[in-house]
Design a protein around this ligand. Sequence first.
Ligand SMILES: [Zn+2]
Length: 335
Amino acid sequence: MLLTPQQARIAFQDALEKKYAILAINADSPAAITDCLYAAQEASAPIIIEASLWQLTGRSFGAGDALTGMARYLAQISALANAPQFQKLPVLFHTDHIKGPGTRELLTAAIQGIPFEASGNKIPLFASSISVDSSELTEAQNIQLLCDLCNAANTSGVEVTLEMEAGVDDGLTPLDVADRLLGGVEKKYPGNIWLWAPGVGTRHGFSEQGFPAFSSEHIANHRERAREITGREIGIALHGSSGLAPEALHAAVEAGVVKVNWSSESLLVRAQAAQAYYQEAGHKLDPAHPQFKISAMDNGVQSYVTERYIPKILERFDSLGCRDRAENLMLRILA
Ligand SMILES: [Zn+2]
């Protein structure tokens, strides 16, 4: 079931209380979304599917238009997550790295509901939770943008569940940045931020040296400070997890991480599986070959990728302790 913003908060709180993290996968195609949901179902793990701007504007969704991309993405994920076989699986849709001139308009639409028209009916589609890429924003701009999004939710009478980020690639974010950023939004619009993403020594992408600056103690300190600022429990979101070892992930979860973004490695696993497929079965892609049709595209490369990708997702679930959490979380959500 695709969760509402209100239900998303329950998921983050559940993870924080029970010390597990929910895997947030950047899925760049309907097939990737499908694989993620089947992996989550197999492990009975709640899951976050997230999209950055490049995925919304890519060929699978918006083909250059981010708003169309968001509508198609949400339609895809709604149709699948709300299908009977996934009714008991908590699925969140999160906006990941969105930046640039259209950001406010795009995220406002995801909060207020993007109209999806089908058979003469307009159905509003909502994101479960929202974050903004703040890498090109000043602190004042970051605060202002989040306040604008809170205001957009207020004026249309809907809830918004926000992740606020500091410069996640800039080493260890000092605690006084949390005072200014979280405090700046909380002062004007209390109760909307439920995830905080400070820099904790990781970086986006891969690193041959790993992340020597990674500090689970820093995560614990930020969790504590976020609680002091907001007066409630705030989960920590971890960006740049692709190069992080399982033990480090485990320590991060113990310290208060509830959402772990997974993008670079996920993309590489899928791309390398496709590469292996063409090396192995490329000779069948000949119109004269008797197996041409069952070797092409969805029956061929896509199925091959699925078989190799799902086990990698399951490995990640093990590092985050999120297996077998779906049922109890769903009972809590529906209570
Ligand atoms: Zn990120």
